[in-house]
Design a protein around this ligand. Structure first.
Ligand SMILES: Cc1ncc(COP(=O)(O)O)c(C=O)c1O
Length: 385
């Protein structure tokens, strides 16, 4: 289907394409110089000592938990209003994801008090998600954790460039916990198809991840190509979670424009909010995160309908007008696999379930114009007229 207003789009310039062709002509496609350049630029951007390119956001999360030593018997606290990868990686480690509720309809991030309520002696740490690129309240979260015992992994898939409030004000996502995990999937703020980045200040974690992303090999193909040694040892049980040079070079181009593109996303978000204010005032819908636009990376534009029954008719109405929509998210704990294999049930997380039944995501990306936003909002208003 070709949408007049797609949910997301990718900012690729002629110079990105030239850089991509240069990589193709170099005939060096696996981990190499462009990945090293991306890693040092991204580490500097996030304000951390180390960044590592990996094959996806999921790979970054899995490697993060492996590096934190998560094992069978451990519990890791996660939100359910997220993409399944956030909790799947806990299961990959043989551990148990413990789902916690969100703050509420104004702030869809996990509730620190709910985190506190779910801590047990088995809790190893928390994977937080900066939902939609709106940063989690780090002061609130840290105040309920014992940071000597409990790790914080940021699932920052939505949040490159987002900055914290509170004590860590101004610090970027990826530098707020022990490890940051970013996705470069096709709909993200930096979108190259597949790929991910993992950030940390800890040299030991960085070294472990460097080994584990590449089968636990003591030296890489690029090292040998560069004349550093002839063979390698396998020193740990790793994975093939490597990024490639084509992904890295495209990410480098977009990283240069990330702040400008996030600023554009913010302008468009503010435009949506002012256009939809009338419907919010008469209680037809509400606008999550509206009272705290600062520091976001504005990955998506969620609205919450008052009446869950109108969601499907509204989505149909928008579809007829060429407007693509989505839902973020069906709660993970209620997905068939999680219900059938892990015994989760409706009613476990009332706020998450309520919001998930009423949420609609409208198009948002840096290539949209304010006129596009106006057209989309007119279509929403027409539906309710
Ligand atoms: C919140 C969240 N976490 C994790 C991921 C997984 O990232 P990837 O698709 O790059 O594996 C995504 C991507 O869709 C996501 O939105």
């Amino acid at each position: 289907m070709s949408w007049k207003y797609p949910l997301s789009d990718i900012d690729i310039t002629e110079s990105d394409l030239e850089a991509l062709m240069e990589v193709a002509r170099s005939k060096w496609f696996s981990l190499g110089p462009k990945t090293s350049e991306l890693e040092s630029s991204f580490a500097q951007y996030c304000g951390v000592k180390h960044a590592l390119g990996v094959s996806s956001g999921t790979a970054a999360l899995h490697l993060a938990l492996m590096a934190m030593g998560v094992e069978p018997g451990d519990e890791v606290i996660v939100p359910s209003l997220t993409f399944a990868a956030t909790s799947n990686v806990v299961l990959y480690c043989g551990a148990t994801p413990v789902f916690v509720d969100i703050l509420g309809p104004e702030d869809l991030n996990m509730d620190p008090n709910e985190v506190a309520r779910h801590i047990t002696p088995k809790t190893k740490g928390v994977i937080l998600v900066h939902y939609g690129g709106y940063p989690v309240d780090m002061d609130g979260l840290e105040s309920v954790l014992d940071r000597e015992k409990h790790f914080i992994v940021e699932d920052a898939a939505h949040a490159p460039g987002a900055t914290a409030n509170g004590k860590k004000a101004g610090k970027r996502a990826g530098s707020l916990g022990d490890i940051g995990c970013f996705s470069l999937f096709a709909n993200k703020n930096i979108a190259v198809g597949e790929g991910g980045l993992l950030t940390t200040d800890d040299p030991d974690i960085a070294e472990t991840v460097r080994l584990l992303r590449c089968h636990g090999m003591s030296s890489q193909t690029w090292d040998r190509h560069s004349g550093r040694g002839f063979t390698y040892d396998i020193v740990n049980l790793g994975h093939n979670y490597r990024i490639n040079e084509m992904e890295s070079v495209l990410a480098l181009g977009q990283l240069d424009r990330l702040d400008a593109n996030n600023a554009k996303r913010k302008e468009l978000t503010l435009r949506y909010w002012s256009n939809l204010e009338g419907l919010a005032n008469i209680d037809i819908l509400s606008l999550p995160f509206r009272d705290r636009p600062d520091g976001g990376s504005f990955h998506i534009l969620p609205i919450l309908l008052k009446d869950p029954e109108v969601r499907v008719p509204l989505l149909e109405h928008l579809k007829e007008r060429g407007i693509q929509t989505s839902i973020h998210y069906r709660p993970v704990h209620l997905m068939s696999y999680y219900r059938e294999s892990h015994g989760h049930q409706v009613g476990e997380l009332p706020k998450t379930e309520d919001v998930a039944g009423r949420e609609v995501t409208l198009p948002l990306h840096s290539l949209m114009s304010e006129a596009d936003v106006d057209q989309i909002c007119t279509a929403v208003k027409d539906f309710f007229a």
